[in-house]
Design a protein around this ligand. Sequence first.
Ligand SMILES: C[S@@+](CC[C@H](N)C(=O)[O-])C[C@H]1O[C@@H](n2cnc3c(N)ncnc32)[C@H](O)[C@@H]1O
Length: 237
Amino acid sequence: MYGMASLSGGIFYHYLGVRYASKLWRPTRDFISARLRDFAISKKILLVGPSAGYLLDTKILKLASQVSCVDIDPLSPLLIRWRHGRYIKCHTQDVFSLDRQKLNIHATESFLKTHPDSKIVFCNILGQLPFLYPLTWKNSVALDLWKKEFHQLLYNKNIFSFHDRLTLTGPRPLFQDLINIKYPLSNEDLIARVENLKGEVVIDHETKDIIVGSNCSYTLWSMTPTEHHILECTSKT
Ligand SMILES: C[S@@+](CC[C@H](N)C(=O)[O-])C[C@H]1O[C@@H](n2cnc3c(N)ncnc32)[C@H](O)[C@@H]1O
């Protein structure tokens, strides 16, 4: 039952999803949908870490020719099929680690091999990795090696990812959406675009170079009324 208590998902995330998905998270879902649409249309897609798909739009998923997903949370298959349709093929497994301690490219590689012709959609999971695998993140040699292998693994693949860059607290500040930026913006650039910040910047999710994408867009996702994430959408085709 590990996945149900996962730091980046599980019961608490479902509680937030049930509470906030329909209203507070809607603008973020619409923002992601507008970027995901062309990527998914008529293609097989594999969703990695979608939970119940609270940030995904049923209409966009239906444009794909096939939707599969993988999440470590055992509730994910039941809930995502309930929210988005019973046609979704679900797998429950850990795709980042063989031993739960360190990131291991072989876990990711062997799972992706089972979906060779799918485009991959990382669903707000890459920004959770520093907290799920702190031992790897504390070891710069292991981290650099994993990143190099991860980039090599994804080199020839079509990838879409939405992921947290920074977490801010306090009342919702102002942040103008940014679209079609050629290179990922630095944390400093992103923070400079936040206006009226009354709280603080509390977490760097260390995702600036996690996907070497060709196109980046940014929005502010209020996960709760007092916790906001600068979310990056990036795609590589
Ligand atoms: C922040 S949630 C994603 C939310 C989701 N994208 C949405 O639309 O609301 C991250 C998800 O990644 C899953 N996850 C965490 N570690 C994982 C792993 N090692 N392998 C597969 N899934 C994992 C969690 O169970 C959780 O559902």
